[in-house]
Design a protein around this ligand. Structure first.
Ligand SMILES: Nc1ncnc2c1ncn2[C@@H]1O[C@H](COP(=O)(O)OP(=O)(O)OP(=O)(O)O)[C@@H](O)[C@H]1O
Length: 307
């Protein structure tokens, strides 16, 4: 179990993370999502005891990471695959980690096999590894101590589509056996296939959180008319709010029937009317990560945040 409670981290005048709270239960994968600079790494580093919070706290199994006896065997961590020693081979890297953790040496070969680095790649120096191979080695290191919790920062970075598919299966299996997974990404589509829960951060604050099912099937209706302004007015007259939707459509905060009736009452012909499904979250994402995003959280008005 991971608990992050009112976590705030300041670097001088820079507020990196502000009052962030969420928890990750055993048996689940949590996708921690947000654009560059949102505060994902800072939060994950706080969970792993590498960053001291300015206020609030993060615990694993009820205790701060730094207070866990032999933490490596409780929590598998992959924060920066590029940080591995480039002069060691993959096998040496794992053998050393096994020694430090007190894990039997046989586990090294098992992990190399598991992440697809057995054989020739295992004997290669890490400096000669591709980013994808480093990620695989990082994952092997994280899994080496047979932990019950995995904390992974952008683990799909550098993996090809087959590698991403493989990693999803591995993480799903880990969670299905009772493990807890917290992984960050700046790509919604990358994690939606594996995550049970999504936590979305922007500008250091949580802007949406809930089960993937809830968030990706959020209510609302995609509605499009030639005259967007007239449509917005007709919906407002019926008390239905809107946010920008895909292409030139709107996402209305109401069921399709009510939206259709409001448009008809306002005399606005519609070109499209359908349930929003995951579009609301997708649009939230595009507004946060797209070229027009200024880093400020554009989403709190969407009220996706759930306690
Ligand atoms: N050591 C530091 N000193 C000063 N500012 C920092 C430090 N670490 C992070 N920050 C700032 O805190 C904010 C959050 O950074 P963080 O790395 O947590 O974001 P992120 O969501 O992980 O981004 P990315 O996806 O780009 O890795 C950024 O504005 C960043 O510049």
């Amino acid at each position: 179990m991971i608990n992050v409670e009112h976590l705030t981290k300041r670097y001088g005048a820079q507020l990196a993370v502000s009052d962030v709270s969420f928890s990750c239960a055993p048996g689940t994968v949590t996708g921690f999502l947000g654009p560059n600079g949102a505060g994902k790494s800072t939060t994950l580093r706080a969970v792993c005891g590498l960053t001291l919070p300015t206020s609030g706290m993060a615990t694993v199994g009820g205790r701060p990471y730094r207070e866990l006896p032999n933490a490596g065997r409780r929590v598998g961590v992959l924060l920066d695959a590029g940080a591995q020693h480039s002069g060691r081979t993959g096998k040496e890297t794992l053998a050393l980690a096994a020694l430090v953790m007190g894990v039997p040496g046989t586990r090294v070969d098992e992990m190399l096999e598991l992440v697809g680095l057995a054989g020739k790649p295992a004997g290669k120096r890490v400096g000669k590894y591709s980013l994808g191979m480093r990620q695989r080695l990082g994952l092997a290191t994280a899994l080496l101590g047979d932990p019950e919790v995995l904390v992974l920062d952008e683990p799909a970075n550098g993996l090809d589509p087959d590698g991403i598919f493989w990693m999803r299966g591995l993480l799903r299996g880990f969670a299905d056996r009772g493990g807890t997974v917290l992984l960050s990404s700046h790509l919604l589509r990358e994690v939606e296939a594996v995550a049970d829960q999504l936590v979305v951060i922007a500008g250091g604050r949580i802007v949406a959180q809930g089960s993937s099912e809830q968030l990706l099937a959020s209510t609302g209706t995609v509605v499009r008319a030639r005259d967007r302004e007239a449509l917005t007015g007709a919906l407002a007259a019926a008390g239905i709010g809107v946010v920008a939707g895909p292409a030139d459509a709107l996402i209305a905060d109401g069921p399709a029937e009510a939206v259709g009736i409001a448009a008809a009452t306002g005399g606005v012909p519609l070109l499209e009317l359908r349930p929003a499904g995951g579009d609301r979250l997708e649009e939230l994402f595009r507004s946060l990560t797209g070229p027009s995003a200024g880093g400020a959280p554009a989403a709190p008005q969407m009220q996706e945040t759930r306690a």
